[in-house]
Write a protein that binds this ligand. Structure first.
Ligand code: TEU
Length: 611
């Protein structure tokens, strides 16, 4: 088989610049602040740094609404600062990946402003449609179809200047680009090449699976007047979902192949990862299969949907069995070709240790963070670490709407509580506290000082969002030199991916697939001599004591040598050798004892080298 590309044993670290490090005391993170923290990232051992958007933007959706792709927003710094950062990242042997947001632009982008004039060359670069016949433009029911926006309200906004509606799957300040237009596509590729030529090493592509929309033979969108396609059932929030018609659309493969040709042909050492809400496992395998020359990998969403009933605002408890079902499907679709991205945290998801772990005590917070990390990082794929995840940072703990900044949470509060009346203030605040995106956006916790070292303790302005009070205990300074910290554990997991060929490339096989608490699997590499190198991963992903499940126990028994049988006095417990214990969330002695007597502590997880 061809050797895996460089990113197959790489680890990516996502920075949310707004909340990472403020260098000028304005309460917002910035590029100079990131540069001042690169030695920390190099020490952690990550290979790639992915920056959430820092382009010029009105910041309606914290930079995912771009008004100039080829300039840096002054709140983060300048293009010169960006060039310095690229060089500084490369000096440390790391790579830098930017966030590409081209399903939509800001409504303040020059392209959109030009598009508001029907005769302009950019007129067709967005999705403009007239009001429904017989309806006064701008009045309810006049929208071209009944789609709702992911950020609340209709997915259509009326523009009086043009006299038509424009489509926005996200906020009204994020109009969808019309990828059917070849001039638009050419402009996007030119911008991407401008950045690649500037020295970056690839892109994370925001909702890239939404760029191709389903159209009827005459180019009409579902649900618009005369369309041969209906726009889907109206849901409890009063709108129908655009997702079935705008996710993985008919021309997606064509566009991704064209992008690959126009931007990446002839280049090497780059990474392309697409954000793929709603994409199926099978399509993930197809798009990430190198034979199809589309993307290197994708972020799927099935696993971050297992703890909710129909919507993130109806959260349900974490069940390891549901995670296993999803990961088995995903890994099975990639067994022959294609590659997985592995993530639990990012700037859109709540902090995993609060979401799926146990923060009821400091010990359980630390151990559950490690167990979840061990489970994720031992999968086959490229792991992504979100800033602060390596510390075991927790959800924000906000209790009032006024503490939140994210338009998704605020808009959906008003839509579901005030308009659709399907949530109460209490139920919605509980849901936002559990699942809101701001949980991941509180300032990075560098030390125990007033603003956690994110900005100076005497900074003239407060950080843009509150620092989590638990920063006094959970921070880099407290964990950096502690061999038992969550930070130290992530560092070991990262090193493992760099040094252990089975971790980097071994085939993934689930075992004990009926167990409700213990998540277990093996990783296997067939050696040239016909033998196998096999690792066993066992993780009790609950706060309860659990029994070592059957398959795990059998695999261990098969490899257990008799005490002292090999006569070299290797420390062993009923034939299990400490030297084969790769990593564990509890002490070595405790793990060997668990392997012998078959009991697993809450959040006890370990990796054992079977052969
Ligand atoms: O996220 C798209 C996306 O899928 C999220 O809206 C996610 O579904 C939702 O937040 C979960 O409730 C990307 C960016 O990561 C996100 O930050 C942007 O807000 C969004 O696109 C629009 O650009």
């Amino acid at each position: 088989a061809t050797p895996n590309p460089w990113w197959a044993n790489a680890v990516v670290y996502q920075i949310y610049p707004r909340s990472f490090q403020d260098s000028n005391g304005d309460g917002f993170g910035d590029l100079r602040g990131i540069e001042s923290r690169l030695d920390y990232l190099a020490d952690l051992g990550v290979d790639v740094v992915w920056l959430s958007p820092v382009y010029r933007s009105p910041q309606d959706d914290n930079g995912y609404d771009i008004s100039d792709y080829q300039d840096i927003d002054p709140m983060f710094g300048t293009l010169e600062d960006m060039d310095r950062l690229i060089a500084a990242v490369h000096q440390r042997g790391m790579k830098l990946v930017m966030d590409l947001v081209v399903n939509h632009t800001s409504d303040e982008h020059a392209w959109f402003q030009a598009s508001r004039h029907a005769g302009d060359p950019h007129a067709d670069w967005y999705w403009w449609r007239p009001a429904r016949a017989g309806h006064e433009p701008g009045t309810p029911g006049a929208e071209p179809n009944r789609w709702g926006s992911y950020f609340g309200g209709s997915a259509w906004q009326y523009d009086a200047q043009r006299g038509e509606y424009f489509l926005h799957q996200f906020s009204a300040k994020q109009p969808d680009l019309n990828w059917e237009n070849p001039e638009l596509r050419r402009a996007v590729y030119a911008m991407m090449n401008w950045w690649m030529d500037r020295g970056i090493d690839g892109f994370r592509m925001d909702v890239i699976v939404l760029i191709s929309k389903m159209l009827d033979a005459e180019g009409r969108l579902p649900g618009e007047a005369g369309s041969g396609i209906a726009d889907g059932p109206v849901l409890e929030d009063g709108y129908s979902s655009p997702s079935p018609f705008c996710t993985d659309g008919p021309r997606l493969d064509e566009y991704l192949r064209e992008m690959r040709r126009e931007v990446f042909a002839g280049r090497s050492g780059y990474l392309t990862v697409g954000e793929a809400p709603g994409l199926s496992d099978v399509r993930n395998g197809y798009i990430s299969d190198p034979a199809h020359q589309e993307l290197d990998m994708l972020f799927l969403f099935d696993h971050v949907g297992i703890d909710q009933d129909g919507s993130k605002w109806n959260p349900t408890p974490f069940e390891p069995a549901k995670l296993r079902t999803v990961m088995m499907r995903q890994q099975a679709a990639l067994r022959q070709a294609g590659w997985a991205s592995l993530y639990m945290d990012n700037h859109d998801q709540p902090r995993v240790v609060s979401r799926w772990g146990d923060t009821s005590t400091e010990a359980l917070r630390s151990r559950s963070a490690k167990a979840l990390a061990l489970m994720l990082h031992l999968h086959r794929g490229t792991p992504y670490i979100y800033q602060g995840e390596e510390l075991g940072m927790t959800n924000a703990g906000f209790t009032e709407l006024g503490q939140y900044r994210d338009l998704e949470s605020i808009n959906m509060y008003h839509q579901l509580v005030d308009e659709a009346k399907v949530q109460t203030p209490q139920s919605m605040l509980h849901a936002i506290a559990r699942m809101g995106r701001d949980n991941a956006r509180t300032p990075m916790q560098w030390d125990g000082s007033r603003y956690a070292g994110f900005t100076a303790p005497d900074a003239p302005t407060e950080p843009w969002i509150a620092v989590n009070p638990n920063h006094v205990d959970i921070n880099v300074a407290a964990e950096f030199d502690d061999p038992d910290s969550v930070y130290a554990f992530y560092k070991r997991l990262i090193a493992l991916r760099h040094t252990d060929a089975v971790v980097a490339a071994g085939v993934w096989d689930a075992i004990d697939v009926e167990d409700p608490a213990v998540y277990a699997f093996t990783r296997t590499v067939a050696r040239a001599d016909g033998a196998e190198s096999k690792l066993l991963v066992v993780a009790n992903l609950t706060s309860r004591v659990a029994n070592m499940p059957h398959d795990s126990r059998s695999l261990l028994a098969e490899t257990a040598t008799q005490p002292g049988a090999d006569g070299d006095g290797e420390s062993s417990c009923a034939g299990f050798e400490a030297s084969k214990l790769v990593i564990s969330t509890v002490s070595e002695a405790r793990t060997l004892s668990s392997m012998h007597d078959g009991g697993l502590l809450p959040w006890e997880a370990f990796v054992y080298r079977l052969s």
